[in-house]
Ligand binder design. Sequence first.
Ligand code: AMP
Length: 323
Amino acid sequence: MASIEEQILEQIKRYDTIIIHRHQRPDPDAFGSQLGLKAILQASFPDKKIYAVGKSVPGLAWMSEDDTFMDDVPDKAYKHALVIMVDTANAPRIDDQRWQNGLETIKIDHHPNDEPYGDWQWVKNGHSATSTMIYEFYESLKHQGLMMTKKAARLLYIGIVGDTGRFMYSMDKETFRVVSELFGFGFDYEAVHHNMETISENAAKFSGYVLQNLEILPSGFAYIILSKELIEKFDLRDSGTSFVVSLPSKIDRVKAWAIFEEQDEGNYRVRLRSRTIVINKIANQFEGGGHAMASGAWAQTKSDIERLITLVDNELMTINNSN
Ligand code: AMP
C-alpha cells in the first residue's frame, strides 16, 4: 500500500491549482512549512499554480525573499483546487476559512491530532516541526520528481529553528539529520540568525519590563499580564510581542509560565510554556491547545486568568510535593 506521503504526492500531481494554508497568528514554523512546501512544489511542478494564503505578519516578512509574502487568491481558484493545511491542529484556527471550498483537502501537522480534519491527514505528533516533515516529504519522494531549492531549504531551516526554540527543545537525532541535509543547499544561515536573534531597541526595553514585573509564585509558576495600553506605550511596531515568550525560562526557579496579552476585543491571548508539567490539557480548557510543553489559549475575562493561574499553580504544587 502507498505511504501517506505517496498518497499526498499523488493528489498534488492530479491538480493544477494547489493552495497552502497554515494557522492564524503564524510563527516561523507555520510560515516555514507553508512557504517551504510552496517553493518545493513550484520547483517541481513549474506549470502548476501554487499559492500560499493567510494574513501577513510584518515582523516575519523578512522570511520571504520575494516581493510577495502571501498570495492574493481569488475565490474562484478554490473551485478546482487541492488545499493543503500545514502546522494547524484545529480547523477553526486555519487562517482563511475558504480552505473548506477546496475540492479536496490535506492536513500535514506535528501537533496532537485532536481534530482530524481533511480528506488526507499526515500527522507526526511530537515531531520537532512541521518544517521537518516537509523536508522528509521531499526526501522520501525526490525519486518521483520532487525538487529542493536553496530558498525552500532556508525556509524549512527557519521553521525548525523556530519550533525547537533554537535547538533547545524537541531535539532528536532526526532533526539534526534533517538540518544537516538542509545545510547542504547552501543558504545564508548567518543572515537568518541575525534576523531571528536581534530585536529593536524598544523591544529590548519591553523585555526588561517583562523580566522586572514577572510574578513568580512559590510553586515555580511565573506570569505577567500585559495590557493593551502598556504594549502601545512601548511602541513595538512590527516586532509583535512573541519575543518575550522565552524570557521567563531564563530564571532558574521558573517551572512553567504564562504571558497574558490583552487584545483589542478586551480578552487575553495566553501563551503557556512549561519545562515540567504537561500544560496542553489545561490550555484545552481555555479554547486552546498545542504541544505538551508549549501551548496557546484564550482568557475571556480576568476571572479566566485567575482560574488558569490557579490550575497551573495547583498542578505544579502537586508535582513539587510528590518529589
Ligand atoms: P503560541 O503560544 O501562540 O506560540 O503557541 C504555542 C503552540 O500552541 C503552537 O504550537 C500553537 O500552534 C499552539 N496554539 C496556540 N494557540 C492555540 C489555540 N488557541 N488552540 C490550539 N493550539 C494553539
